[in-house]
Write a protein that binds this ligand. Structure first.
Ligand code: SF4
Length: 352
């Protein structure tokens, strides 16, 4: 199939393919250079004899955020040694490890860009060999061109490079930094803007091709199981209503401080499935979210994206401005034959 696909490509498409691969190699090389230049933060340089004010800058978080992770009140004295506030060494190391797991890895931004570039190239440029008849559309897209980037996303952007940055946290951190849980608000806004920009380049390019947890759900869904159940779908209005409700609840809790009068409570860290990529799944709620999302993915398309993810919600708002997007279907003329869904390259082989 792949050879047939390559043979049917035009000279222009071959040139685009080679150019795209070269660009991706350049992006990854630049990212690698930047990554090497970032000094690693050393855990050994913190101890419980130090204060929140001394430790928080080393971890790139605010004093409030560190206090919250240590289960101290947000207004805990920032100049008092931690051992005098009852914090044990093991607890501190656990929290430091967790916060270092949030450290943004520069190469991941380049990797995300490379995967998005491939997605765009594959879907809009090289994936339509001019020598093939229109009724062979399903054959246009070889499975490998889709599976390999998804695996790269899960393995490299996920397990090898850790959970941060990722689109979901990019969205949540903006709101957290607004209430003082992260210093450098503009850094968080810039990270979020990066992901939103990729969504503007092409609808679902970042979610469809680069997000590691999205890719993991997608790979599980492509397994040839529960085909009959997969034919049934929940209306978008239902799934989106749940996602919106969760997001509004997050905003309410974050800004009003209704939980234990702790301004800054955020729901998403308790159900953040990206923790899987750092193997940081001690919290029962996180473990349950991961198991539920991956289990349901066997028969329901990307449940975490559809029901929960705030980035999916926010990026959808800007996708109407995307340069590349699916042409809006004329619902009045739609006969619900399902031909369009079957022709979608991402899921062409599932018969759903
Ligand atoms: S909706 Fe969220 S979890 Fe799903 S692919 Fe997009 S960013 Fe990733």
């Amino acid at each position: 199939m792949t050879r047939q696909f390559l043979n049917s490509m035009s000279g222009r498409q071959h040139a685009l393919l080679i150019t795209g691969i070269c660009l991706m190699a350049v992006l990854l090389s630049v990212g690698l250079i930047q990554e090497i230049r970032i000094p690693q933060k050393r855990i050994s340089s913190v101890s419980t004899h130090m204060t929140i004010r001394q430790i928080a800058p080393k971890l790139g978080v605010s004093g409030k955020a560190l206090a919250r992770e240590l289960a101290l009140p947000l207004n805990a004295k920032k100049h008092k040694p931690l051992n005098e506030m009852g914090i044990r060494h093991e607890r501190l190391i656990h929290v430091v490890n967790h916060l270092i797991g949030h450290r943004s890895s520069p190469i991941k931004y380049y990797l995300f860009s490379a995967l998005v570039l491939w997605g765009w190239l594959f879907l809009t440029q090289i994936g339509r060999p001019p020598k093939m008849a229109l009724n062979q559309r399903k054959k246009w897209y070889p499975r490998l061109g889709y599976i390999i980037p998804l695996l790269a996303s899960v393995i490299v952007a996920g397990f090898l490079l850790g959970k941060s940055p990722n689109p979901m946290e990019g969205a949540v951190k903006v709101f957290k930094s607004m209430v003082g849980l992260y210093p450098h608000v503009w850094e968080k806004i810039a990270a979020f803007a990066f992901f939103i920009l990729l969504a503007v380049v092409g609808t679902k390019l970042i979610c469809g091709w680069a997000c590691p947890f999205g890719a993991l759900q997608e790979l599980i869904y492509t397994l040839p199981l529960f085909k009959k159940i997969k034919r049934h779908k929940l209306p978008f209005a239902v799934t989106n209503a749940i996602r919106v409700a969760l997001f509004l609840t997050m905003l309410l809790l974050l800004l009003s401080g209704v939980v234990g009068r702790k301004k800054g409570f955020v729901i998403y860290p308790y159900i953040n499935p990206f923790n899987l990529f750092n193997l940081d799944v001690e919290a029962a709620s996180i473990l349950m979210t991961i198991i539920a999302a991956l289990g349901v993915s066997l028969f329901f398309y990307r449940p975490f994206c559809q029901f929960i993810c705030p980035f999916g919600l926010l990026s959808r708002m800007v996708e109407r401005f995307s340069f590349y997007r699916v042409t809006i279907i004329d619902m009045a003329a739609c006969t619900h034959c399902g031909a369009c869904a079957k022709a979608v390259p991402c899921r062409q082989w599932q018969g759903v």
